[in-house]
Design a protein around this ligand. Structure first.
Ligand SMILES: [Zn+2]
Length: 80
């Protein structure tokens, strides 16, 4: 993933959630400045970036959020 935890330096991190997102007419979700979480020390921090997610999600739907995280993981790999 290439995003080091600012607290412990682990690279075992991934996108966690975002507060700022919008869905366009085609159902695509654009997420801004998502939070990343560290698996090692459970630190979370915000990353200034924009992620375009191909599939819509409902933040109250756990399954949809999982899909969202999966999608942005793919997106991050593409970006980096
Ligand atoms: Zn950490």
């Amino acid at each position: 993933m290439g995003r080091k935890c600012p607290q412990c330096g682990s690279v075992d991190t991934g996108p966690s959630f975002t507060f700022d997102y919008e869905r366009d007419d085609s159902g695509r979700v654009v997420a801004r400045n998502p939070f990343f979480a560290c698996v090692g020390c459970e630190h979370t921090w915000q990353v200034e970036m924009v992620l375009v997610v191909a599939r819509p999600f409902d933040p109250d739907d756990a399954e949809a959020v999982d899909s969202f995280v999966e999608a942005i993981n793919k997106e991050v790999v593409d970006v980096d």
